[in-house]
Write a protein that binds this ligand. Sequence first.
Ligand SMILES: NC(=O)C1=CN([C@@H]2O[C@H](COP(=O)(O)OP(=O)(O)OC[C@H]3O[C@@H](n4cnc5c(N)ncnc54)[C@H](O)[C@@H]3O)[C@@H](O)[C@H]2O)[C@H](O)CC1
Ligand code: K
Length: 552
Amino acid sequence: MYVVTAEEMRRLDRETIERLGIPAVALMENAGRAIAEEIIKLCRSRSGSAGSPRGDAGTEAAGTAGAGGGEGIKPPGFTVSGDNALALGGADAGHWLVLAGKGNNGGDGLAAARYLREAGIAVTLVYAAAPESLAGEAALQRDAAAALGLPAVVYGRDRVDFAACSGIVDALLGTGSAGAPRGAYAELIAAANSSGKPIVSADIPSGLDADTGQAHEPCIHAAVTVCLAFLKRGLLQYPGAGNAGQVVVRSIGIPAALAREGGVPVSLLTPEVLRTRLQVDVSRRRSPEGHKGTYGHVLLAAGSLSMSGAGLLAARAALRAGCGLVTWALPAMLLPHVIGAAPELMLAAAGGENGTWSAGTAAEVLRLSTGRDVTAVGPGLGRFADDQEWLRALWEGIAAPMVIDADALNILADSDYSSWTSRCHPVILTPHPGEMARLAGISTAEVQRDRIGLALAYAREHGVTLVLKGAHTVVATPEGEAYVNITGHPGMGTGGAGDVLTGIIAGLLAQGLNAAQAAAFGVYLHGLAGERAARQRHDPSALIAGDIIEAL
Ligand SMILES: NC(=O)C1=CN([C@@H]2O[C@H](COP(=O)(O)OP(=O)(O)OC[C@H]3O[C@@H](n4cnc5c(N)ncnc54)[C@H](O)[C@@H]3O)[C@@H](O)[C@H]2O)[C@H](O)CC1
Ligand SMILES: [K+]
């Protein structure tokens, strides 16, 4: 599923109209109908509390249309549809307000109002601007609604009764919105939010930046967002993602082929995208003739006196991700203490004295990396004297893909690594937002302001595969593509979860996946395993990193 910017959406919209010859109003009709159908689903799912659905729409809104109106009598040769999407099925949906801006987002809302009326739902249009100021397709929708006799009020001139409505359609601002909502728009958004009524947003919540996910003040808090044609980046990026409620993406007649041909670089990370765009064999079938040598060998340089567990977690996760062998290189002093902790691992003493690493161990790590399919460095590594020299030796000398995480990222951030000899084998960096901030030389808040945009730019500029961790982890490739992951659980915010991800990605690389495949599939599986682990706990706050490994 493609994820677009407002600019890309405008281009795809234009191409559909100009190249394919689909009239703009047809797209708007499809948008209006899709929005109405989702509202009807919401009303049906709430029919137990008819007329007063509440804001916490839950997941039902994204479900499939259930059996709607009564089956009726089926005359021979005719089918009386039992699941007409526009049938309310006896639910009393009450009375909805449709807040309409003067652009095409408003036009979508006005079209939706007609379809709602068709389903027997009472609607009142609330114009944010003088109806005469609407133009193009939005003006056409205004006239159609008026011709149908839909009641309408104009904000600022007429009274708007939020208290009496059972739900609100937010069609004030969409992808054409610029900056914080102003004037009547701002007042209507604030009033809608404080009404306590469920809000269904057309395309994006009004007040949301469609590209960055920045939530302007004010910004609609939607129960459901009916996103039109393609997901917008802003719906996946926090804090705005938290304003969108349940997001439903509805096709309106803009072919996905246009996005593919037009080179839209960002996709939602779904099994479908893993299979098709990334060509990952998600079946994970193994050859009957396979043996441990078939599935790759990971070298892990990780762990120090106070953080040996980070190395252990990464090593075990690599094995659970299916690689054949893992050699864990760690400071000699720690070795006796971890023997037996995971008997499946091979151990190698490579660290310096006192359980810490030293620059002099680079030669030993290089020697151990010979013939290994991947080297992962960083979890629990700590910092040490001349560590930049150490990492540079590995960067320039390891003739296999590398995964760089944790303190190794901090070492990289302190180095002018663009001047290092460029590598023939890929590098995957797995920063959390703080590490990303150090790598990019900006604040963590700046990283979080537009994670997708930053990840795309950094990966391309530095020729690395970047895994920007956090809620909705972004995987960006040096070729300029990005994948946004939505698997995962807040319970995964626990020490060691990142080390587990590093191990999974290294384990997948060792099995022959390329950098983009290993990073994307690894992130997806890590999140999925975290969800499963959270479900297995009565209280997901009790989840610890080791649970994620066991859930793999
Ligand atoms: N997929 C498609 O391409 C389709 C999209 N549709 C819908 O159209 C909107 C985008 O419509 P557009 O006319 O470009 O912009 P908006 O309706 O979002 O808003 C423009 C309108 O609002 C005023 N304005 C802008 N910013 C502010 C602000 N901060 N405060 C107050 N007023 C503001 C501006 O002056 C304009 O008048 C898209 O999201 C879809 O919902 C089509 O209907 C179908 C095809
Ligand atoms: K909107």
